[in-house]
Write a protein that binds this ligand. Structure first.
Ligand code: ZN
Ligand code: ZN
Length: 416
């Protein structure tokens, strides 16, 4: 007989992975009961459970409003706004369904869940324009500098022109200098310039899908079955096709080995400016050089950027195996993803949209024109089946940037 929701929550309250198997079984056999499990977890789990966090991804969009309501209700009745399950659900919903938090923004302002986390102001991604922005704007005038800063950050997170306008006007009134404020704007994908703002991202985001069996799915140790994030499946509209892996004829300027192909886009998506062929040197990036630049054009790809001292790589690496990939339009629920909140289970191989930063946002400058280079593509650590895995340092992500004017790409990594 399958356990009751209460019994699963009792198990999940224990330390370790008690209750994970029952949660996976429920997700596989009775997914319709997941909303009940999550709502009860919001009330009862004093520490958030990775199992509950993962199964939220399987709940249909139309049920998420109830989960937002239940999480806010749990916080109102005293759930821990720091580490509790309700607070974590608010963080996850601020990415997957910020609209569900819009009716609760005033309550969330007062209850301040996740206040010590980098994602504490993310619910204001759902602020929209109008009264929510006006309320934040009025808080920019209060005496307490921390309140002003919090309101300012919420305005920036709103990603609305009204919110950004108010935040830009108030830069002088927050308890930080202008450089700090300018860098904060990179975290929402824009560059603040004398003449206004310039976007450093291209919408809409897409996911890169590999063929079945190429990557090892993430599993919890000792648990049968796994929870597959919808970001790994072709639920979205197919927007393009391409290939992953292999190498090209051009040599790396550091080690002289053939450059490795990351991704070749054979078809679309035309909305995301970028090269048709993304390359880097797997032997030198991270280990010898922090950023590698490439010039695309004249029928080939060649190294670009500052002079380097040629040297042997410490860890020579072979190119990735070659496989076909599909590029799909990301479902709106997965337009913004966060590395820390992705639970190791989401597909973070993306084209366009906002980058999934691991460290502070960083957009390199083009070696030719000196302008910030917009983000175009990222590849997560790759657990390629039959290999030890490729980690971009250690649990890292590779990011690619593109200057359309000069046809120059840049690759760099962040890791933990
Ligand atoms: Zn190299
Ligand atoms: Zn340029």
């Amino acid at each position: 007989m399958s356990p009751t929701i209460d019994e699963i929550i009792d198990a999940l309250s224990e330390p370790g992975s008690f209750g994970f198997q029952e949660t996976v079984d429920l997700a596989v056999h009775e997914p319709g009961r997941l909303p009940d499990l999550i709502e009860l977890a919001a009330q009862r789990l004093r520490r958030s459970s990775n199992a509950v966090n993962a199964v939220l991804a399987l709940v249909p969009d139309e049920e998420l409003g109830h989960i937002a309501d239940a999480s806010v209700a749990a916080l109102r009745s005293g759930a821990d706004p720091g580490d509790g399950q309700a607070a974590r659900l608010i963080a996850l919903l601020s990415l997957q369904a910020p609209r569900t938090l819009r009716p609760h923004l005033e309550t969330l302002w007062d209850l301040a869940p996740n206040v010590r986390s980098y994602y504490s102001e993310w619910p204001w991604r759902g602020a929209g324009s109008g009264p929510e922005i006006d309320r934040l704007r009025s808080r920019l005038a209060v005496e307490d500098p921390e309140t002003r800063l919090r309101a300012w950050t919420c305005l920036m997170e709103s990603r609305t022109s009204d919110g950004w306008g108010a935040a830009i006007d108030a830069i002088g009134s927050i308890p930080h200098d202008d450089t700090w404020a300018i860098e904060r704007f990179f975290s929402v994908g824009v560059e603040l310039r004398q003449e206004g703002i310039r976007s450093l991202i291209n919408e809409p985001p897409h996911h890169v899908l590999f063929q079945d069996g190429f990557l090892r799915p993430f599993r919890w140790v000792g648990i049968d079955g796994h929870i597959e994030s919808p970001t790994w499946t072709t639920t979205g509209e197919v927007a393009g096709r391409g290939r992953f892996g292999g190498s090209i004829d051009s040599p790396c300027k550091v080690c002289g080995r053939p450059l490795c192909r990351l991704l070749t886009i054979d078809e679309g998506p035309s909305s995301i400016p970028g090269p048709t062929e993304f390359v880097t040197c797997l032997s030198c990036l991270v280990w010898s050089e922090g950023i590698l630049y490439f010039a695309h054009g004249g029928g080939g790809i060649s190294p670009a950027g500052p002079e380097v001292v040629p040297r042997e790589p410490e860890w020579p690496a072979d190119p990735f195996p070659e496989v076909p990939v599909t590029v799909v339009r990301s479902a709106p629920r997965w337009h913004c993803q966060d590395w820390g909140l992705s639970n190791s289970g989401e597909n973070l191989n993306r084209l366009g949209g906002e980058p999934t930063w691991i460290q502070n946002p960083y957009f390199p400058t083009c070696p030719d024109c000196g302008e910030r280079m917009p983000f175009t593509m990222q590849l997560d650590s790759l657990e390629i089946d039959g290999t030890p895995g490729w980690l971009w340092g250690s649990g890292g992500i590779l990011y690619a940037f593109w200057c359309s004017r000069d046809s120059i790409s840049a690759t760099l990594c962040q890791w933990t």
